[in-house]
Design a protein around this ligand. Structure first.
Ligand code: URA
Length: 209
């Protein structure tokens, strides 16, 4: 599958399996999501440009390399995206943050926008959209449609879990958006949930069910 990065590092796979367990507590689920997102941030930022920076060690001056974190925007699809956001900010604390509020119409499964707030100067920034579940793809497509109007330098999409239907939908609408995921599950059910999946990510992060 073109433009899909499956992050199969053993630590990522181990933590994801623990998160899938139906008896994992809210606090365990949240902690694992935070750790897993931090690990995924390594892969997603792998091709970030580096700048030469002069640095004085205790012994001499040298040229080191640094990223410009402020050029990066993490865009969280509310509310479940915030779980990934926190973990990513652990390793890129200087990144800017945007939020897109979308809910799924339970009948049509279409994404309906209720909130959109981004940093300024988006044309100069690389965007990483975060949402734990790429299921029907409707929210991801709606978010990317909206973000492309701001003409950012690039857009990547990071999720924990997806399925063939979600990948196909997002790739059809936005073939230029690279998808990073820790797993590609079997299928969607008739309610738009991923099987075997991990249930409702928002409910599991926030303990709302
Ligand atoms: N959103 C979720 O939280 N879980 C799914 O399985 C699909 C969409």
């Amino acid at each position: 599958m073109g433009n899909v990065h499956l992050i199969d590092h053993p630590l990522v796979q181990h933590k994801l399996t623990l998160m899938r367990r139906k008896d994992a507590s809210t606090s365990t689920f949240r902690t694992l999501l935070n750790e897993l997102s931090t690990l995924m941030a390594y892969e997603v930022t792998r091709d970030m440009p580096l700048q030469d920076v002069e640095v004085e060690t205790p012994l001499e001056t040298m040229t080191g390399k640094m990223i410009d974190g402020k050029k990066l925007v993490f865009v969280s699809i509310l509310r479940a995206g915030n779980g990934i956001l926190e973990g990513m900010l652990n390793v890129v604390p200087g990144a800017r943050v945007g939020h897109v509020g979308l809910y799924r119409d339970p009948e049509t499964l279409e994404a309906v926008e209720y909130y959109f707030k981004m940093p300024q100067d988006m044309q100069e920034r690389d965007i990483v959209v975060v949402d734990p579940m790429l299921a029907t793809g409707n929210s991801a497509i709606a978010a990317v449609n909206r973000l492309k109007k701001l003409k950012p330098k690039s857009i990547k999409f990071v999720c924990l879990l997806t399925c063939p239907e979600g990948i196909a939908a997002l790739q059809k609408a936005h073939p230029d958006v690279a998808i990073y995921t820790a797993a590609i599950d079997r299928q969607l059910n008739e309610h738009g949930y991923i099987l075997p999946g991990l249930g409702d990510a928002g409910d599991r992060i926030f303990g709302t069910k």
